[in-house]
Design a protein. Structure first.
Length: 409
């Protein structure tokens, strides 16, 4: 009789296990959608060890995340220099610990994917700063972050376009002369972030004349335009000094390609062997009309030192900082990029980046712009980067996003 009871108990236990496995499989096949309303009600605190995330899609607005293992990240276990990753992450630490943010429980949130607070990041920073070797830094990320492949919810794709930008070097003067006549303007006091303001054509036509808003006068019309495209520059002044220029604010007008406009108008067929920009240099008055097709205009500010600050306020590190569409990928996010081959990298770009900047042409879930720094090599790499690729986001184990996943998986 006792043996019969044991048999029935084992049979019931087997039935329970099978049902649970079936239930788990059904749950694994589902997608979890995290709306802001759901985010706001999650208050539980989870331990910081590597979380056990079920392998399924988690949807945050228009972004879908799929948990992966570090071995799936191309070149993660290869020859990548994680000292560069540490340098980029420490710029984030510097921002979190700045006088503006110090003592505040700031959440790094400007997209549907919610990260951690400044307080949480400073804890991570206190651990990372002690790491000295490549392996120790790599292990730090493996221990404290969980990787996810990024997909577009609308298209279902996990690949997009990646380009590059750099800090352009320019010839400038503090005074307007016959040679130096193209102004770089600082922000007009009445211009607020996000507001629409004068177009490029209106400003070129004298809308700001006499306002004493000129930071510096540049020698080259094309350099003056490319400064707006790159968003950062170094002006070599006639007195031998350097002025570091950083993005401040846009005029709120839509960006469009002047070169594409010229192509659409047929001008590209009649350049006589010149490039579009060389043609503008030789025909500045007529060329300005084509540049004006891009209504977007950037106002700059002088940087106190050589550090370039992204739109996030985080310092940029050449080869380890990226501009993203911050409506989808949040500033301060740690990313691992994997692209197809480029002219300067036969294996493609497989590297760590901090999302620290944005740009007028950087639109979409999977879209990035690599910051290369300044100099000839940086200029070459930036101009030769237009490649297909995808990226992974490394979420802090204590992030709001992971707490959501653990709550509802």
């Amino acid at each position: 009789m006792f043996g019969k009871k044991i048999g029935l108990l084992l049979l019931a236990l087997l039935f329970f296990v099978v049902c649970c496995k079936k239930s788990a499989k059904i749950q694994t096949d589902q997608e979890i959608d995290f709306s802001p309303e759901i985010s706001s009600i999650i208050t539980q605190t989870y331990q910081k060890q590597t979380p056990q995330i079920s392998k399924k899609f988690y949807t945050f607005g228009k972004v879908k995340l799929l948990p992966v293992k570090y071995i799936e990240l191309p070149n993660w276990h290869g020859d990548y220099n994680f000292l560069l990753a540490k340098k980029a992450f420490m710029q984030l630490c510097k921002f979190a610990n700045s006088s503006k943010n110090k003592g505040k429980n700031i959440e790094f949130k400007n997209a549907s994917i919610r990260l951690a607070t400044a307080e949480e990041y400073l804890f991570l920073c206190s651990q990372l700063v002690k790491k000295r070797s490549n392996e120790d830094i790599k292990y730090f990320f493996e221990k404290n972050f969980t990787p996810f492949k990024i997909y577009s919810r609308d298209s279902g794709l996990d690949s997009g376009t990646f380009t590059g930008y750099y800090r352009i070097e320019l010839d400038g003067s503090l005074k307007k002369t016959r040679q130096y006549k193209y102004p770089v303007y600082k922000r007009p006091p009445e211009l607020k972030n996000g507001e629409k303001y004068h177009t490029r054509e209106q400003i070129a036509g004298g809308a700001l004349k006499g306002r004493k808003l000129e930071l510096v006068w540049l020698k080259d019309i094309v350099d003056a335009y490319l400064l707006h495209i790159q968003g950062t520059g170094i002006a070599r002044l006639t007195n031998g000094e350097k002025m570091f220029l950083s993005f401040d604010v846009k005029n709120g007008q839509e960006y469009s390609s002047a070169a594409q406009y010229a192509k659409d108008k047929g001008i590209m067929k009649n350049l006589g062997g010149l490039t579009f920009y060389d043609w503008i240099r030789q025909n500045p008055r007529e060329g300005q009309k084509f540049l004006n097709a891009n209504k977007s205009f950037v106002f700059f500010k002088k940087s106190e030192d050589s550090t370039v600050l992204g739109s996030s306020g985080i310092g940029l590190v050449p080869g380890a900082s990226m501009a993203v569409d911050s409506s989808f990928v949040p500033y301060s996010a740690a990313l691992w990029l994997a692209t197809e081959p480029t002219p300067y990298s036969a294996q493609g770009v497989n590297a760590f980046f901090i999302a620290a900047d944005t740009g007028a042409d950087i639109k979409g879930v999977i879209r990035g712009d690599i910051y290369f720094g300044n100099g000839e090599e940086a200029s070459y790499n930036a101009h030769h980067t237009k490649v297909s690729g995808g990226y992974y986001i490394l979420l802090p184990n204590g992030s709001i996003a992971i707490k959501q996943m653990l709550k509802y998986q």
